[in-house]
Design a protein around this ligand. Sequence first.
Ligand SMILES: [Zn+2]
Length: 310
Amino acid sequence: MPPVDSGLPTPPGAANVAKPSGAAGGFKVIDWAGFSGAVTYTFDDVNSSQIQNYETLKGLGVPFTFYVWTGRAEANDPVWQRALDDGHELANHTMSHMSGDSGSDTDAATRWLREKFDLTPWTMAAPNGASVYTGIARTRFMINRGVSNNLISPNDSTDPFTLPTFIPPTGASTAVMDEQVTSARTAKKWRTFCIHGFTGGSDSAYQPIPLQAFVDHVKHVKDFGDVWIGTMENVGAYWRGQKAVTSGTTMMSGGETTYNWQLPDHFPPGKYVRVTVTGGTLKQNGVPLPWNPRGYYEVALDPKSVTLSP
Ligand SMILES: [Zn+2]
């Protein structure tokens, strides 16, 4: 069988961890796919300073999430197809960017993204942080990003439909942004950022920041080597997937233990979590999972079940 690509990034550490050979047990999802913490950078409103500086953003070599206000002319810029092709996430920021919606304006943006890019948006960002989108997102998305800052922990009770985020102040320095990630890394948690644009843009982006300050900041985070820089879809699916597996049920039969879980509604297919055990053989659909010498097994979430046998 060819190896399956979990889509998860390679964590730090050497690939020299021996396969656990103790008693079967100790099943546990590892936090943040094996990284010390996680950060997600999101960009709102398809502002011109994002478009003008796309090549610089792309040059950082890490995936970003762009929340597309689909009713704006800038949403038609060819840069967004390139962003998608480059591995970034395009997701829903509604069609008209209103503080009130029955759901129809949100659905119009989803349709637009489907038709233009042939993609399903799994996450959204609430325009103006309006609270009406918490309920709208619950029946449509895996995550809705809010506008209040907080750290997010593995298996915590943070509301995925008002997910916290840090909005850098106007003119934010590299140090101000670094501190947000350093504190997340120290606490082994996830921080999301919400950025509207860069200083000098022509369309009055909210609280613009200097491009160079952001570039230097991302380089610092990359230099840590142990912080997962991922899209809202990917880090969010890991966070929600871990909680789903951890809060699932356990069945023992004939010496085998089967772990079952339910996935949240509107959850993207093809996602994985990384797990450790003290020993035994993990199988999904009857097929033994390969041990990764960086210290984990990769478990597909879609089967909603994994079995550990001695
Ligand atoms: Zn916005």
